[in-house]
Ligand binder design. Structure first.
Ligand code: GCU
Length: 680
């Protein structure tokens, strides 16, 4: 750990069982065709790799060799050999291919752009590390999703909203950090194909308001240059009220000419400093952030005004759909927060400019362990859309609990909205193929901070890795993604791969079972959102209720209740509307259900709740057992770090189990059929 932190899956010293002598033969002579000098970072990466992995410094040549084994790198148009492609290559795509020419053998890394070649280089390195036969290399890979975003919720004072892995790597004491770690961060995320990054919190307050002022722009331009070398664009979260805060205007009304002018000048200034600036991310009219509603204007009025300012420079407006009334009265049974995004945005479909994309949280509420997929995805055909996921584990165990999210994300991506008949999957909306839109994407709220392992829980690195992999290819198999990550991170010992993949792939259901199963959500402590509190959000203004009484629990969101189910296309509308057809894992999201309701397994709802809580804790015990089996196979530091996390998880899972079971027992007076300990 020369710099005080580790490099996750990019630690090239860690490796699988491969024949290094054989491999060395390919790397002693690397041919790099780089007439425009764009491949500095490719060279650097390969140099780090070969040095750390094979133990010598590679040399780079421009001369085409006539014999021997070589790695050959360059843009497709610059390569001295012809590469026949089985598939068309897109701008960011890459090719890895074995070619034999007379007495020489080559593994070729190529693409149309420098970014493509860089992605190819990372993929090539991964394949070498897991021992793939280089003579069989024949890969054409194009990212399916255009905008692959990380959203950091970092504040300028160095804190991170919903951050569980230390302090910000971007900011400290209201200053922008630019150091070796920034570079290594950039390598890490480029290696998983991220091409867009928002570095600051969506809640833009205090010093962050000034990020778009020259005092910060200068330094930001250096950061943007670093990003650019790795194919990444810098975006910023900005306040909709910037014209007031920074411009001295008395309004931020998007239709006011002075406001429009102010933004146009501001955007021009930003591009003067940062010619490749990506654009703005905006949280408007949400949780006390200003927005167009304050002036009686629509979300489209607000977004389009900014889009007009950004358009001449090719910039984008990423406008969040997380707009709802957070000053609700819990006594009011008619208003339903779950309906808000659709009610507000659906009528605006078709009104947003082409360089606006609406960023939609995966569920209608807020990143709970289980929610239905937001109906807004199937609701807007004429609007660019970005799926927003939370990599940081706000409601999913805060990087203390093991909770691998790839399985959940896969379900979301594979969800069929039926908006254009069968196969109208979310992944086909955000890859642009379903509605033929151009600026779509996927965004993950980052889970990293300045902890030595970046994510606090070592196994939470798998979430970051998976996010990138699914963003590149949402059709990819999660099991495969996980196994590759384990091999690159911990090596390819069979038991290591087997146990860790079992733990990861089952962890979401386990977490769900001892916390809030059946789509219940929210039984957390207010504010920090950690640990059980069955009524923590019950009598609050956030719109997050379960309304448990002595006989039933859940909100009736059917056509007979709040009408939320009506926002879905058929057949979902009818399925969700019917208590007997609704997928049971979402039962309490859509229905108000008596505790004695018989579920498909013949047990009552309440007995299922009790059982899941007991079983969930047992599963955590099983995870610990599986981890213990890996002692000696994983380096001691990481072994014990994870072990500690698992022990804490067990302790906290027991707390969850006992609090939730006791809550229901006290509410209902109904005993556990199996007579296990619940507190009277
Ligand atoms: C959640 C989270 C906030 C965050 C918000 C958002 O409510 O708790 O910290 O600001 O989501 O996504 O904007």
């Amino acid at each position: 750990m020369p710099n005080g932190y580790e490099m996750c899956w990019l630690d090239y010293k860690k490796h699988c069982d491969v024949d290094k002598n054989e491999l060395s033969k390919w790397f002693s002579y690397i041919c790099l065709f780089d007439p425009t000098d764009e491949f500095q970072v490719v060279k650097e990466e390969l140099a780090i790799f070969v040095t750390d992995f094979l133990g010598f410094r590679p040399r780079f040549f421009k001369v085409f060799p006539k014999q021997g084994r070589h790695v050959l790198i360059g843009k497709l148009s610059d390569l001295p050999v012809e590469v026949n492609l089985d598939e068309q290559l897109s701008e960011e795509g890459f090719v890895l291919k074995y070619v034999k020419k007379q007495d020489a053998e080559f593994v070729i890394i190529t693409g149309i752009s420098a970014a493509g070649v860089l992605y190819g280089t990372f993929e090539f390195i991964n394949r070498v590390r897991v021992g793939e036969d280089l003579r069989k290399l024949n890969v054409v890979s194009n990212p399916k999703i255009k905008l692959r975003f990380l959203n950091h919720w970092d504040n300028l004072d160095g804190t991170i909203e919903r951050g569980y892995a230390g302090k910000s790597i971007f900011f400290s004491n209201n200053k922008i950090l630019l150091n070796q770690r920034t570079k290594d961060y950039t390598r890490l995320i480029a290696s998983i194909g991220i091409n867009s990054v928002v570095i600051n919190n969506v809640n833009v307050r205090h010093a962050a308001l000034k990020l778009i002022e020259p005092a910060y722009l200068k330094r930001l331009s250096q950061l943007a240059q670093l990003f650019q070398r790795y194919g990444i664009k810098l975006f910023l979260s900005v306040s909709f009220a910037s014209p007031i805060h920074l411009g001295g205007l008395d309004t931020a009304d998007p239709l006011d000419e002075r406001v429009k002018k102010w933004w146009k000048e501001k955007v021009k200034q930003i591009y003067d400093y940062i010619p490749n600036f990506g654009g703005f991310l905006i949280k408007a009219d949400s949780e006390f952030n200003p927005g167009p509603h304050m002036y009686g204007r629509t979300q489209a009025d607000g977004a389009n005004m900014l889009a007009e300012a950004l358009e001449p420079f090719g910039g984008l407006v990423i406008w969040r759909a997380f707009v709802y009334n957070c000053q609700q009265d819990w006594r009011d049974y008619k208003i339903d927060r779950a309906k808000a995004a659709y009610d507000i945005f659906k009528p605006l479909d078709g009104q947003f400019a082409d360089n606006v994309a609406i960023q939609i949280k995966y569920g209608p509420m807020d990143f709970q362990i289980r929610e239905p997929v937001s109906p807004l995805f199937g609701g807007m055909e004429k609007t660019n859309q970005i799926l927003e996921l939370q990599i940081t584990q706000e409601y999913t165990g805060q990087q203390i609990h093991l909770c691998y999210l790839g399985t959940m994300w896969k379900e979301i991506l594979d969800f069929d909205t039926f908006s254009k008949g069968n196969n109208s999957f979310v992944k086909r909306i955000i890859d642009g193929t379903l509605y033929g839109r151009k600026n779509n994407g996927i965004a993950g709220v980052a889970n990293i901070g300045d902890d030595p392992n970046w994510t606090s829980h070592d196994l939470a690195q798998a979430n970051l890795w998976t996010f990138g992999k699914l963003a590149w290819d949402p059709d990819e198999d999660v099991k495969k993604i996980v196994e590759e990550w384990i091999k690159l991170t911990f090596g390819d010992d069979e038991l290591v791969v087997r146990n860790i993949s079992y733990m990861l792939l089952n962890s979401r259901e386990v977490y769900e079972s001892y916390t809030t199963p059946f789509g219940l959500g929210w039984m957390v402590n207010p504010g920090h959102h950690y640990g059980p509190n069955p009524e923590g959000y019950e009598y609050s203004h956030w719109g997050t209720y379960h309304r448990a009484n002595w006989e039933a629990i859940g909100v009736d969101r059917t056509s007979r209740g709040t009408g939320f189910t009506l926002q879905y296309h058929e057949p979902w509308r009818s399925i969700y509307d019917d208590i007997h057809k609704c997928p049971e894992e979402l039962l309490l999201f859509f229905h108000r259900v008596p505790y004695n309701f018989k579920m498909k397994n013949g047990k009552t709802l309440l007995q299922n709740i009790y059982d899941l809580h007991f079983e969930g804790v047992e599963k955590v015990q099983e995870f610990i057992k599986l981890w213990d089996e890996l002692e000696g196979k994983i380096d001691a530091v990481r072994f014990s770090r994870v072990k500690k996390k698992l022990q804490l998880q067990l302790e906290h899972a027991i707390e969850w189990r006992d609090v939730i079971n006791t809550y229901f027992y006290r509410r209902t007076g109904i005993k556990d059929e199996k007579g296990r300990k619940i507190y009277p």
